[in-house]
Design a protein around this ligand. Structure first.
Ligand code: NI
Length: 164
């Protein structure tokens, strides 16, 4: 699968709920996982591969060299707590990293790959990654959450490094 890069309209659209959790979706998720691992990303949202449906995958265990794929279909954030700042990057904005303020703890709900609902408490990098991917489903990118000054700096950086 091809990962869409900043400038592609699919990254700016709000994804629609998944209606069927079936074999087809499973296949798509397998391909997305392959793409994410190959790109060495911690997460990948459907929008980033041009699918405007509300689901994403993440694997934060990769840091220790093991695999533990997490799938969130039709995710919802039920409650939030605290604040944390973490240096984020995005496969759709290659090469750029910046600290972003996020909630430190989340209580979330979603459906798994078998169509079963589950609830989960997330904190630390899991909470950060979830919020980053969740934003993608609403057409929001982490650069949108930077200060006005940092946004300006980013624009300059992007022009310089991603000239078409
Ligand atoms: Ni991203």
């Amino acid at each position: 699968m091809e990962i869409l890069i900043l400038g592609h309209s699919a990254l700016r659209e709000k994804a629609k709920p998944v209606e069927n959790i079936d074999g087809e979706l499973k296949q798509i998720i397998d391909k997305m996982a392959e793409t994410m691992y190959k790109a060495k990303g911690l997460g990948l949202a459907a929008n980033q591969v041009g699918i405007l449906k509300r689901f994403f995958i993440m694997d934060i265990s990769q840091r220790e060299g093991e695999r533990e794929l997490e799938v969130y279909i039709n995710p919802e954030i039920l409650s939030v707590e605290g604040e944390t700042v973490y240096e984020e990057g995005c496969l759709s904005i290659p090469g750029y990293y910046a600290p972003v303020k996020r909630y430190a703890k989340l209580y979330v709900k979603a459906y798994d790959i078998n169509g079963n609902p589950f609830e989960k408490e997330l904190e630390g990098i899991s909470a950060v990654a979830f919020q980053h991917e969740y934003d993608h489903l609403d057409g929001i990118l982490f650069i949108d959450r930077l200060s006005p000054l940092k946004k300006q700096l980013f624009k300059r950086w992007w022009k310089k490094h991603h000239k078409k």
